[in-house]
Design a binder for this molecule. Structure first.
Ligand SMILES: Nc1ncnc2c1ncn2[C@@H]1O[C@H](COP(=O)(O)OP(=O)(O)OP(=O)(O)O)[C@@H](O)[C@H]1O
Ligand SMILES: [Mg+2]
Length: 368
């Protein structure tokens, strides 16, 4: 969708705000990783970017340094409880702002279902988009529900991450069908639909699956592969984008290249209307990512990742209650604890009485 805007500092044609929706109804294919790194790279490429986290898991939110809950976020935006400007939160990255996710998003589908034109809630919210935005990246939840449909209705471009693994083609067909259904009914201007192969590995099986996807979807498959790399998992564990933890790593470089390609396509599309396609400087963007990495990535590198369940406690771990922790029980738990204690006491008294009775009986001489 093209929304009114003014002339941006980055040179994006005036009047165009581009919306990139990252969607695949299949879970765990790299949607959030792609959304976050794409948003950061677009910001590094000079775009005034906004990342919208539509997933109640809120992983995109924490990955750009914002800790939920926030008073106004994506839930408030799409249910019409707050305007776009009120939902924007700053992030540690110049040029990048966030509309944060929250637990309440799990209910948004049901709430939207009760509204008229429930497919167009995001489109309605975008009618009051602030003028200083060039590009919006939307991270979708892993479901083809009303929230995801809204993100597709609002999109100028859809990026569908797919991991070449068994059943990938099956899942891709289903997601493709859903995107095209939304396009046919609600967003006929949506022509830019791209497949992004994520977590690719060397190996015969992956190569065969990749070939199958390319054979079927041809030029829709982006010519950049995001390799599977432990540094991405490490970045997720430390809640930072891989482009901040390790900007020179293969996946970070792949995300910057992807962002440059997508941005050029967005600008080409916008330029069809405006007659202008400004150049993008990848080297400058790489320098900017390295600078951000020095500030944000360094903090993340020194912060230990969260322990896995079952890991032994770290050195220095103590059972002492830290000073300042509230010692009162949560509301509603007090009477339950009191009842449990009463039952235990009652049991103890009855047990004692029974024991004494048996003891007295055993003193009575048994007649022979
Ligand atoms: N290139 C990669 N190399 C290694 N691990 C990766 C890579 N990309 C993503 N991952 C890991 O795969 C897992 C799933 O990624 P991600 O959360 O981005 O997927 P998702 O599609 O958003 O999942 P969901 O459907 O649950 O929202 C995460 O643990 C992430 O760190
Ligand atoms: Mg996700």
């Amino acid at each position: 969708m093209n929304v009114e805007g003014n002339l941006s500092d980055s040179g994006t044609p005036a009047g165009k705000v581009s919306v990139v929706t990252v969607f695949n109804q299949k879970g765990g294919v790299g949607k959030t990783t792609t959304s976050v790194n794409l948003a950061v790279c677009l910001a590094a490429l000079g775009q005034r970017a906004v990342l919208i986290d539509l997933d109640s898991q809120s992983n995109a939110t924490t990955s750009v340094g914002v800790t939920p809950p926030v008073p106004t976020g994506a839930y408030h935006l799409i249910t019409g409880r707050a305007g776009f400007g009120d939902c924007l939160k700053p992030t540690p990255y110049d040029n990048l702002r966030l509309v944060a996710g929250s637990d309440e998003l799990a209910w948004a589908d049901i709430e939207l279902a009760l509204q008229d034109n429930c497919h167009a809630a995001i489109q309605r919210a975008f009618e009051r988009l602030p003028k200083d935005i060039d590009v919006v990246v939307i991270d979708c939840p892993p479901a083809p529900g009303i929230v995801s449909v809204n993100a597709l209705v609002a999109a100028d471009m859809v990026v569908m991450p797919v991991t070449p693994a068994p059943h990938a083609l099956d899942g891709l067909h289903k997601a493709w069908w859903n995107v095209n259904r939304v396009r046919g009914r609600f967003n006929q201007d949506l022509h830019s639909i791209h497949i992004l192969l994520t977590m690719t590995e060397d190996g015969e099986l992956t190569e065969r699956l990749t070939e199958d996807i390319i054979a079927e979807f041809g030029a829709r498959v982006m010519p950049v592969l995001i390799p599977r790399d432990a540094v991405v998992t490490e970045a997720a564990a430390r809640d930072v984008p891989v482009t901040s933890l390790a900007p020179h790593s293969p996946p970070a470089r792949a995300y910057l290249r992807l962002s440059e390609l997508l941005l050029n396509r967005l600008k080409r599309n916008a330029a069809l209307a405006e007659g202008e396609a400004p150049a993008v400087n990848r080297d400058e963007a790489a320098d900017r990512l390295a600078l951000w990495s020095a500030a944000i990535g360094a903090q993340a590198r020194t912060r230990p990742p969260a322990p896995e369940p079952g890991d032994p406690p770290p050195a220095g771990w103590t059972q002492d209650v830290p000073a300042g922790l509230p010692l009162t029980l949560p509301q509603g738990l007090g009477w339950k604890m009191a009842a449990a204690l009463m039952l235990i006491l009652l049991g103890a008294v009855l047990g004692l009485a029974a024991g004494l009775t048996l003891h007295n009986w055993s003193l009575v001489p048994i007649p022979v």
